[in-house]
Design a protein around this ligand. Sequence first.
Ligand code: MF3
Ligand code: CO
Ligand code: CO
Length: 255
Amino acid sequence: MAITLKTAEEIDKMRVAGRLAADVLKMIEPHVVPGVTTDRLDEICHDYIVNQQQAIPAPLNYRGFPKSICTSVNHQVCHGIPSSKVLKNGDIINIDITVIKDGYHGDTSRMFMVGKPKVQGQRLSQVAYDCMKIGIEMIRPGIQLGDIGHAIQTYAEKNHCSIVREYCGHGIGKVFHEDPQVLHYGKPATGVVLEPGMTFTIEPMVNLGKRQVKLLPDEWTVVTKDHSLSAQWEHTNLVTDDGFEVLTEHPDWPL
Ligand code: MF3
Ligand code: CO
Ligand code: CO
């Protein structure tokens, strides 16, 4: 599959979809409190996306995924399925939102601290955020994806954390997951050369312990093998003529 370069009209639609996805995260924040179930968070997001935004929650029925958002708690790395699980004080949770509006996708996720943050969870979330930010700020025409992956990996490892290898960022547009694959590790001066009009996510999954993961029997939820905490932040990004634009940035939460 070739990498698609988006036209000005397509970019406008991706800005709209990206902003809607960011708005869902902003909307859900006050609901992420001790005692809430991840099913309830899913239900609130689903209703908001469908009824307020008149958009489509992309995960629902995507390759058989049963819910409208992903909720990954503590040692869950990604693709956690909302359930009757009750959030408790000190938990960390990634909420991953993807909406489709006017045929285009916006994909973003972030960490929330449930109740009073614990030092380890807060520190890991910060390292994962910094990894994402370091990667995004490197985006410009001419740079290679291996340069970005290498910088992210180096930062995580310098902070005694590890980068998950089995899941990566991705091109995005009319299609949820398209080329290129955006690895969060790698070698400088390798891989795809960025060009204006490319749109892709950066979404490093960072573990406090070892990088190895396993898939639960539900065939979706990914967890750390050593049960160490895992954190992830994600934005959808555009390569511009002289740098980047974060399509899923929320004005209250600048990069
Ligand atoms: N939003 C996830 C990503 O960042 C993908 C979720 S796929 C699902 O790519 F089916 F689990 F929803
Ligand atoms: Co994504
Ligand atoms: Co996502």
